[in-house]
Design a protein around this ligand. Structure first.
Ligand SMILES: [Zn+2]
Length: 211
């Protein structure tokens, strides 16, 4: 009698577990379809740009200074912000680290323009220039255009002082530390045709900026 009771309990546990799996699976499927639908909707309503991949030679060229902030530059910066947000949403699901910056050459445009998520705000930076660097920061240096270096640690500066122009045509100064400093160095490197793999290729994991 006791054995039969135990058997029934095991059967009911098995059924319960099977049903739980089905319910959890159904929820995951609904969430996945929802995310897919939202991404499709977002992409349709924003000009999400294609990310150029290494070894495309455009990534190795030096970008041009921007003399006039015209409609082309404003539209490009809006599209780059939309692209950065889109990629962040995808990588939120697919990867552990999120993209925080995008440089114009990565979307095939050789202009000195970057967009960066710094302290929760996306900054549009025109003609960014590093005025001062200090210290060493070690961290992941992933890039949306180069995947050979994913999850590798690179040493960059722990402090940078950057001069740039905003879309309002005003000159600004940004002081960034640690991961934000490394992010700015990474994105500004793109404007000079430099990629994170160049530092590893030279046999050390320390960027010249941090030497
Ligand atoms: Zn990059």
């Amino acid at each position: 009698m006791e054995c039969r009771c135990q058997l029934q309990m095991m059967e009911s546990n098995f059924l319960f577990n099977k049903r739980s799996f089905l319910i959890v699976g159904l929820h995951i499927a609904v969430v996945a379809v929802g995310i897919g639908a939202y991404l499709g909707f977002y992409r349709k309503n924003n000009n999400v740009l294609r990310i150029v991949q290494h070894p495309d030679p455009i990534l190795r060229q030096i970008s041009n200074r921007i003399d006039h902030i015209d409609n082309h530059i404003i539209s490009l910066s809006n599209d780059m912000i939309a692209t950065l947000r889109y990629r962040t949403m995808i990588d939120l699901v697919m990867k552990s680290s999120l993209p925080r910056g995008l440089a114009a050459p990565q979307v095939g445009i050789l202009e000195r323009l970057i967009v960066c998520g710094v302290n929760g705000v996306i900054k549009v930076m025109i003609n960014p220039e590093i005025l001062a660097r200090e210290g060493v920061y070690s961290g992941k240096d992933d890039c949306m255009s180069v995947h050979d270096g994913d999850n590798k640690i690179l040493k960059r500066s722990a402090y940078v002082k950057v001069k740039y122009k905003g879309l309002d045509n005003r000159e600004k100064i940004l002081i960034a530390r640690n991961r934000n400093a490394a992010l700015l160095e990474h994105e500004i490197d793109h404007l000079n045709g430099v990629l994170n793999i160049d530092y590893w290729a030279e046999g050390y994991a320390l960027s010249p900026a941090a030497k």
